[in-house]
Design a protein around this ligand. Structure first.
Ligand code: PBG
Length: 325
C-alpha cells in the first residue's frame, strides 16, 4: 500500500479542514508612529503605506482600524525635543502620554501597547544613558521605570520595553506594582537582535544612534542559546509575554523560545521585512498579498502566539477573504 499524504491536499475544503495553523485578527498588533503637530500625516519614504500621524489624525486612523477589527495598537512616539536624559520620554505632556489620553478617552475598546525605550528621545539616539561613550545599564533603569509608569498612568493597557538593558523587566514590574498597577502586563522585547532590518524604522522615528551601534545591548545574530537565556530571565523577572524580533530571519528562535517558556510568545515583523516586500512588489517581482500571508502564517507556525506587523490591516482583510486560515 502506498501512503498518500496528497489525499489531504486534494481540494481547498480538505486543506482548510486539516490546517495546523490558524490566524485570528485578535492576535495581530499594528505598530504606529505618532508625532507632534496638527493635521499631519507624513509618509515614511522607506515604508510605503506607513505614516507619522499627529494625534488628531491618529484618532481617525484608530477609528478606521477598529472598524476593520484591529484593536491592538503599538505606539511609537516621535518627540520634537531630544536631550541626553530623554526627558520627553517620561514627561506628562510627552507625545505618547498625550496620544494615549486622547485615544483612550475616545476609543476605550482599543488595546494600547507602548514601546518603552529611550532611543527616540535621546539626542544621541541610544537606548540608555551614555557616559564616556558607554551605555550605562543601571542608570537607565530608573528612566525606563518612569517612562513605563507615565505611559500606564496616561492609559496604556500594556507596556513593551525594547531597550535590552539587563534587569529592566524586574525594575518596571516593581515600579508598576508599587504604584498599584498590578494588572498591567509587560510584553518584553526579550530577544531583540542588533539587526539591519530596523533601518526603515530608524528613518521613521529618527532614532539612529549618532555614534557607534547597538551591539553592546542588542543581541548578536549568531546566537541561539543566548536567546533562550534572555527569554527565561525575562519570564523570571515578571514578563507576561516575551517577544522575538525580528521575525522573518529569526523563526528558529521563535520556535526555540516557544519550546522553552510557558508564557505567550510574540514575533515582531520589523520595518525592514515590510520594506523588502513592498519594494519587491512595487517592482512587480513578488506578489505582495501572497508574501504577506505566507510570512504571517510561517511566524505563527514557528510558534508565535502574537504577531506584530505593519501589514495588520491587510492581514485583517485577507483573513476575511479566506486567503489564510
Ligand atoms: C526602539 C525600537 C526599535 C524598533 C522597535 N523598537 C528600533 C531599534 O531598536 O533600533 C524596530 C522596529 C522596526 O524596525 O520595525 N528601540
Amino acid at each position: 500500500m502506498i501512503i498518500r499524504p496528497r489525499r489531504l491536499r486534494n481540494n481547498q475544503a480538505i486543506r482548510e479542514m486539516t490546517r495546523e495553523t490558524r490566524i485570528a485578527r485578535q492576535a495581530l498588533v499594528y505598530p504606529m508612529f505618532v508625532c507632534e503637530g496638527f493635521n499631519k500625516k507624513e509618509a515614511i519614504p522607506s515604508m510605503d503605506g506607513q505614516f507619522r500621524f499627529s494625534i488628531d489624525r491618529l484618532l481617525f486612523e484608530a477609528e478606521a482600524l477598529l472598524k476593520l477589527g484591529i484593536q491592538n495598537i503599538m505606539l511609537f512616539g516621535i518627540p520634537d525635543d531630544k536631550d541626553i536624559y530623554a526627558v520627553k520620554a517620561y514627561a506628562e505632556d510627552g507625545i505618547i502620554q498625550r496620544a494615549l489620553r486622547e485615544i483612550k478617552s475616545r476609543f476605550p475598546e482599543s488595546y494600547l501597547i507602548t514601546d518603552v525605550c529611550l532611543c527616540e528621545y535621546t539626542s544621541h539616539g541610544h537606548c540608555g544613558v551614555v557616559e564616556n561613550g558607554c551605555i550605562i545599564n543601571d542608570k537607565t533603569l530608573p528612566l525606563l521605570e518612569k517612562t513605563a509608569l507615565s505611559h500606564v498612568t496616561a492609559g496604556a493597557d500594556m507596556v513593551a520595553p525594547s531597550d535590552m538593558m539587563d534587569g529592566r523587566v524586574g525594575a518596571i514590574r516593581a515600579c508598576l506594582d508599587h504604584a498599584d498597577y498590578t494588572q498591567t502586563p509587560i510584553m518584553s522585547y526579550a530577544v531583540k537582535y542588533a539587526s539591519a532590518f530596523y533601518g526603515p524604522f530608524r528613518e521613521a522615528a529618527g532614532s539612529a544612534p549618532s555614534f557607534g551601534d547597538r551591539k553592546s545591548y542588542q543581541m548578536d545574530s549568531h546566537n541561539r542559546r543566548e536567546a533562550v537565556r534572555e527569554a527565561l530571565l525575562d519570564v523570571e523577572e515578571g514578563a507576561d509575554i516575551v517577544m522575538v524580533k525580528p521575525a522573518m530571519s529569526y523563526l528558529d528562535i521563535v520556535r526555540e523560545v516557544r519550546n522553552e517558556v510557558q508564557v505567550p510568545v510574540a514575533a515582531y515583523s520589523v520595518s525592514g521585512e515590510y520594506a523588502m516586500i513592498k519594494a519587491a512588489a512595487a517592482k512587480g517581482w513578488l506578489n505582495e498579498a501572497q508574501m504577506v500571508c505566507e510570512a504571517a502564517v510561517c511566524a505563527f507556525r514557528a510558534g508565535a502566539d502574537i504577531y506584530l506587523t505593519y501589514f495588520a490591516k491587510e492581514l485583517g482583510k485577507y483573513i476575511d477573504e479566506g486567503r489564510i486560515g
